[in-house]
Design a protein around this ligand. Structure first.
Ligand code: ACO
Length: 177
């Protein structure tokens, strides 16, 4: 499994994965906006066990994290935001989502920190990372709260189009600033 930065050419495959895995979907231009505005923050998981059949073959993308800086933070504090994360059903429970969120590449291994979060701190001056998650989404809540250490800030009633509430979660980046 190769975890690498999202490239604009990956976007149709990311959109496909998003539609397969989540009811919250976006126009192609929104993915492109993320890739062009904050190219250090979004990552894909590529299944490299499947060899390319030709130079025109697409990579097999099995997961992605789409992240951005909040452009107009309501609290006035610079912070990152996880727009969307998903892993294809065939590749779940293998640690891919954790790896996507916790990019521990050579420079950062000694710090034990997530590269996405590190880029948010060093490049963009982020103080924390935020995200929304459905209150019924036990898998994602386990990942965010228990594995990664996010805290639930508040519940936003009827946040989703179908009326479900969201937990608004935050990960404080102060320890790595
Ligand atoms: N139930 C309970 N715990 C789970 C589950 C589950 N179904 N799936 C994973 N976990 C736990 C793992 O055991 C692991 O815990 P550990 O650190 O204690 O060992 C932790 O979560 C991380 O597991 P990963 O293998 O890294 O997670 P995975 O690659 O399977 O992806 C994800 C998790 C992204 C939630 C996946 O299930 C998915 O794509 N679901 C559908 C899309 C989705 O819900 N995305 C999140 C929406 S919120 C947002 O986008 C901001």
């Amino acid at each position: 499994m190769d975890i690498r930065v999202l490239r604009p050419s990956d976007i149709p495959l990311i959109q496909h994965a998003n539609i397969e895995n989540l009811p919250e979907n976006y126009f192609l231009k929104y993915y492109l906006y993320h890739a062009l505005s904050w190219p250090q923050l979004s990552y894909v998981a590529v299944d490299v066990s499947r060899p390319a059949k030709s130079a025109y073959d697409y990579p097999k993308i099995v997961g992605y994290v789409l992240a951005k800086m909040e452009e107009e933070p309501t609290d006035g504090v610079q912070h990152g935001h996880i727009t969307s994360l998903s892993v294809m059903r065939t590749h779940r429970r293998l640690g891919i989502a954790e790896k996507l969120m916790r990019q521990s590449q050579a420079l950062l291994i000694s710090l034990g920190r997530d590269e996405t979060e590190q880029a948010m701190v060093e490049t963009f001056g982020a103080h924390y990372v935020s995200l929304h998650v459905r209150v019924s989404n036990a898998a994602a809540i386990h990942l965010y709260r228990d594995t990664l250490g996010f805290k639930t800030e508040k519940t936003e009633a009827k946040y989703y189009a179908d009326g479900e509430d969201a937990y608004c979660m935050k990960l404080d980046l102060a320890p790595i600033r």
